[in-house]
Design a protein around this ligand. Structure first.
Ligand code: GDP
Ligand code: IMO
Ligand code: MG
Length: 423
């Protein structure tokens, strides 16, 4: 099987960027298959931190091809900014960064609509990153969108103007919000030229030809499975399929090509933005996790909500994704704790269940917690799994037993080398 998948099993920010960067040398192509610049994937190596929003996380590895697949929505302004940062970091991407023609473009007015629509929701707001994701996917499924391939057409500007016009009509239904369209548009038109200078490909042919040549592909997820448009905590979700099935539609590969599905979970849990989070902690332990884990959004800088790991939630996303191996990140954040808690079931009325209820927005459930002993030790310098403190190994073994999926990687810090493979 040619295409392995790596995705987040919680509400995003599980450490996908770091693990993709670590695994990248095992592959020929890294491909983003959904989402857009709402993603912020952090890579740390050689004392430098890099945050990627649209560019796949294999870009720092020599020779690797990085494909922005057709399921992605692209904001030319953000992409051009990312490329400038890569230029500054001395990364040669010109022959290694490909963009699928069928990927949709985020227009300035998509961002304007996102802002106006969120603003109008008041307390019911999603907590969107305001990058224009929802409105762009709405135009895609509404069959009005503008695609990267349209950049090559003679009537691109006319298509752009028609869509902008439609957005301006739509904006009339919302109370006005601050947005400098003239300035944004000028920047956008300039950034579009940067995209034109990249290699545009028919992504589905590119990937399937690569598969036929025996190349190995890693599909990089964005967001997390609990933000999936179908299976997440609707309506507090993003607008794409973040789960494994999204790889097939987002890259144009058949299900038969999917091999390993690597699911990533933090050793605890976070969420940024609004919506249900059953195991959220509002006490000093939550504050401790936020501080110790530096839990502030890579895209918006917002503080992330923090809580204990939720096993019914993970069993659900493991099931929906067909996860074959697990990577556990940020285990070091728990180092100082005497006790680590985990939710193993939910109490609903007088019944306990290990399944997620239909609607997590309905507050008629409480997580049932168990606890494990902490290890109260520093993990710095530990490179072999068997040298981890016994209680840390026991915690990993407990997760494997409860989730019925082998753990193959344990991440002990943000750095590229802070990763312990587990047999
Ligand atoms: P992504 O969106 O899934 O790629 O994750 P983000 O980059 O948004 O957030 C993960 C954050 O945790 C980043 O700041 C990473 O540098 C950091 N990180 C990743 N793995 C670890 C780890 O094992 N330990 C610690 N302490 N930080 C980590
Ligand atoms: P990565 O790839 C965490 C959240 C937003 C909001 C909801 C909808 O870095 O894990 P949107 O901008 O899509 O309209 O926002 O989804 N969200 C993320 N949370 N990590 C992300 O990406 C996210 N992308 C979107 O905070 O609650
Ligand atoms: Mg992130």
């Amino acid at each position: 099987m040619a295409v392995d998948v790596l995705l987040g099993l919680q509400w995003g920010d599980e450490g996908k960027g770091k693990i993709v960067d670590y695994l990248a040398p095992n592959y020929d192509i890294i491909a983003r298959f959904q989402g857009g610049p709402n993603a912020g994937h952090t890579l740390v190596f050689e004392g430098q931190k890099h945050v990627l929003h649209t560019v796949p996380s294999g870009i720092f590895r020599d020779k690797l091809i990085n494909l922005i697949g057709n399921g992605v929505v692209i904001d030319p302004i953000t992409l051009a900014r990312e490329l400038r940062e890569l230029d500054e970091a001395g990364v040669h991407y010109a022959n290694r960064l490909l963009v699928a023609r069928k990927a949709h473009l985020i227009l300035p007015t998509h961002r304007h609509l996102d802002k106006a629509s969120e603003n109008a929701k008041g307390k019911a707001k999603i907590g969107s990153t305001l990058k224009g994701i929802g409105p762009t996917y709405m135009d895609k499924t509404g069959r009005n969108g503008l695609r990267v391939g349209d950049l090559e057409s003679d009537n691109f500007v006319a298509k752009y103007e028609a869509l902008k016009q439609k957005h301006q009509e739509l904006l009339k239904i919302y109370p006005a919000v601050d947005f400098d369209l003239d300035q944004e548009e000028a920047q956008w038109m300039e950034a579009v030229e940067t995209i034109r200078s990249l290699q545009l490909v028919d992504g589905e042919y590119y990937i399937n030809d690569a598969i036929a040549e025996g190349k190995k592909i890693l599909a990089e997820g964005a967001q997390g499975s609990m933000l999936d448009i179908d299976y997440g905590t609707y309506p507090f979700v993003t607008s794409s399929n973040t789960v494994t099935a999204g790889v097939c539609t987002g890259l144009g590969v058949s299900p038969q090509q999917i091999g390993e599905v690597i699911g990533i979970t933090k050793a605890y849990c976070t969420r940024v933005g609004s919506g249900p989070f059953p195991t959220e902690l509002f006490d000093e332990t939550g504050e401790f996790l936020r501080k110790e884990g530096a839990e502030f959004g890579a895209t918006t800088g917002r503080p992330r909500r923090c809580g204990w790991i939720d096993l019914p939630q993970l069993r659900y996303t493991i099931m929906v994704n067909g996860v074959t191996q697990l990577a556990i990140t940020k285990i070091d954040v728990l180092n100082q704790l005497a006790e680590v808690q985990y939710a193993n079931a939910y109490q609903i009325g007088d019944k306990s269940t290990s399944q997620l209820p239909y609607d997590l927005c309905d507050e008629n459930y409480t997580p049932i917690y168990s606890s494990a002993s902490g290890w109260q030790a520093d993990l710095d310098g530990t490179t072999e799994y068997q040298n981890l403190p016994q209680n840390a190994q026991d915690y990993v073994a407990l997760l494997e037993r409860e989730l019925k999926v082998p753990v193959t990687m344990v991440s002990t810090g943000p750095g590229r080398k802070q990763l312990i493979p587990k047999a």
